[in-house]
Design a protein around this ligand. Structure first.
Ligand code: GRG
Length: 300
C-alpha cells in the first residue's frame, strides 16, 4: 500500500482550491468586453493571476469544515472577499497612498491603465463583492454574510486600519499597541472575515463562529508580521511587489519595533494560537491547521 504523504496531500488540496478560486473569479466578474471595456479590463487585470488567494481559500476551507456535504456554494462569497481584498490593493498602490509600481509580479493597476481607471476599478470591485453576496445567497445566510463583510471592510476595520496606518506614517513614536491596532484592522479583519464567512455558509453556530474569529485574528497577526519580515528581507522577484519600502519610509513595523528574530518568534506564536483555535473545532481540521502553520514560514 502506498505510504501517505501529508505535505504532498496538503499541497495538492491547496492547489486544487486555488484553481477553483481562479475559475470562479473568471466566471463571476463581468466579461472584459462589457461596456465600458476599459473598466472591466482593469478589474480583471487586478484580479487575475499572481495573488495567493489566501482569503478565498480560508473561506472555502472553513465552509467545508463545517458543512462537508457542501449544501451551500461558498464560491460566490470566496470571489466576493477576493474582490474586496483586490480593491484594497489597487487603492493602496495609488500615488496618494503607498505609491507602488509593482503588484502580484506586474505593473500596478494605475501603471498598467491610469489613476482614474484604477480608482474606478477598485470602486467597482468593492460594489461587485456585495452584488455577488446578494445574488449568491438568500435569507439569514445572505444577510449575515453582507453584515460580516461590510463590517470587516468598513471604517472601523479595513478602511479604518488603512487610515490609522497613513496617520502613523507621520508619527515617529508609534507604540506596539498602536501598531497592533493597525494590523488587527488593516490585515486581520479580512482574514477573520474569510473564516467567519466560511462558517456562516457552513451553518456554524455562534460559539463556532467565535472560534473562527479568534483563529482569524491570530492568523491575521501572524500574516502581517511575516509581511513585515518579508518587506525587510525578501526580494521583488519572489514577492511580486517592491520590498524595503517600510524602511525607506521610516515606517513603524513589527520588524522596526522588535527586530527580525523576535518578529519570527511572534509570528510562530500567533500561527500556533490560530492552529490551536482551529483544532478545537470538530471535524477534519488538518488542512486549516497546516495552512495556519504554513503562514509563519511563507516566502511570499
Ligand atoms: C485602501 C481601504 C484600503 C486598504 C488597503 C491591503 C491594504 C489595505 C494595504 C496593502 C499593504 C499591506 C501590507 C496590507 C496588509 C495586508 C496584506 C499583507 C496584503 C497583501 O495580501 P496578500 O499578501 O496579497 O495576500 P496577494 O497579492 O497574495 O493577494
Amino acid at each position: 500500500m502506498p505510504r501517505r504523504n501529508p505535505s504532498a496531500e496538503f499541497a495538492a488540496r491547496l492547489a486544487a482550491q486555488v484553481a477553483r478560486v481562479e475559475q470562479a473569479i473568471d466566471r463571476r466578474l463581468p466579461p472584459p468586453h462589457t461596456p465600458p471595456a476599459r473598466l472591466h479590463e482593469a478589474m480583471r487585470y487586478a484580479m487575475q493571476a499572481g495573488g495567493k488567494r489566501l482569503r478565498p481559500v480560508l473561506l472555502l476551507a472553513a465552509a467545508e469544515l463545517l458543512d462537508p456535504a457542501g449544501r451551500t456554494d461558498p464560491l460566490p462569497a470566496a470571489v466576493a472577499i477576493e474582490c474586496i481584498h483586490t480593491y484594497s490593493l489597487i487603492h493602496d498602490d495609488l500615488p496618494c497612498m503607498d505609491d507602488d509600481d509593482l503588484r502580484r509580479g506586474r505593473p500596478t493597476c494605475h501603471k498598467a491603465f491610469d489613476e482614474a481607471t484604477a480608482l474606478l476599478a477598485g470602486d467597482a470591485l468593492l460594489t461587485h463583492a456585495f452584488a455577488l453576496l446578494a445574488t449568491g445567497y438568500s435569507g439569514r445566510t445572505g444577510l449575515n454574510l453582507v453584515r460580516e463583510l461590510a463590517h470587516a471592510a468598513g471604517s472601523e476595520r479595513l478602511v479604518g486600519g488603512q487610515m490609522s496606518d497613513l496617520l502613523a506614517e507621520s508619527d515617529r513614536k508609534v507604540t506596539a499597541a498602536e501598531l497592533e491596532f493597525i494590523h488587527l484592522n488593516k490585515t486581520a479583519a479580512m482574514i477573520e472575515a474569510a473564516l467567519v464567512m466560511g462558517g456562516i455558509i457552513g451553518g456554524a453556530d455562534a460559539p463556532k463562529r467565535d472560534i473562527l474569529r479568534r483563529a482569524g485574528r491570530h492568523l491575521g497577526l501572524a500574516f502581517q508580521i511575516v509581511d513585515d519580515i518579508l518587506d525587510a528581507t525578501g526580494d521583488a522577484r519572489t514577492l511580486g511587489k517592491t520590498p524595503g519600502k517600510d524602511a525607506i519610509a521610516g515606517k513603524a513595523t513589527f520588524v522596526s519595533l522588535h527586530g527580525v528574530a523576535l518578529s519570527r518568534r511572534h509570528a510562530r506564536q500567533q500561527s500556533t494560537a490560530a492552529a490551536d483555535a482551529l483544532g478545537s473545532l470538530p471535524g477534519e481540521t488538518a488542512f486549516l491547521i497546516t495552512l495556519a502553520r504554513s503562514l509563519a514560514t511563507r516566502a511570499r
